[in-house]
Design a protein around this ligand. Structure first.
Ligand SMILES: [Zn+2]
Ligand SMILES: [Zn+2]
Length: 118
């Protein structure tokens, strides 16, 4: 899953989930989270609100953390991506989701060049 903000692979950081459908809109990579929110999401500063983390509107999407789960099965090791949406999961309204994904607001240093796969 690619980062909704920069278009690069999001890694296992956060996933943006539309409410109430539960549709996965995309991911949010560590870099974009730090650029937009700093340490606040990790610290849980915003988990007290059930609306948008940045304003008073209702949350349109929620941003649960992604937890890859490794399962051992007879066929080998399977990695599943799991996330859990709880009452404390940080949300964003549609406007702030837009600002997150608006390409015009990208940093000048960011490009859509593919990251080297390691
Ligand atoms: Zn990103
Ligand atoms: Zn908002």
């Amino acid at each position: 899953m690619d980062c909704l903000s920069c278009g690069l692979p999001a890694g296992y950081n956060r996933v943006l989930v539309e409410r109430p459908s539960g549709a996965e809109l995309g991911g949010l990579c560590v870099e974009c989270e730090e650029r937009r929110f700093g340490d606040c999401l990790k610290q849980g500063f915003w988990t007290e609100t059930d609306g948008c983390a940045l304003c008073a509107r209702d949350a349109y999407v929620v941003m649960p953390e992604w937890h890859p789960v490794t399962e051992h099965s007879p066929d080998g090791v399977v990695v599943r991506n799991e996330y859990e949406v709880t009452e404390g999961t940080v949300g964003l309204c549609d406007e702030h989701l837009d600002s997150l994904t608006d390409p015009d607001r990208h940093d000048g240093t960011l490009s859509r060049a593919p990251t080297p796969s390691t």
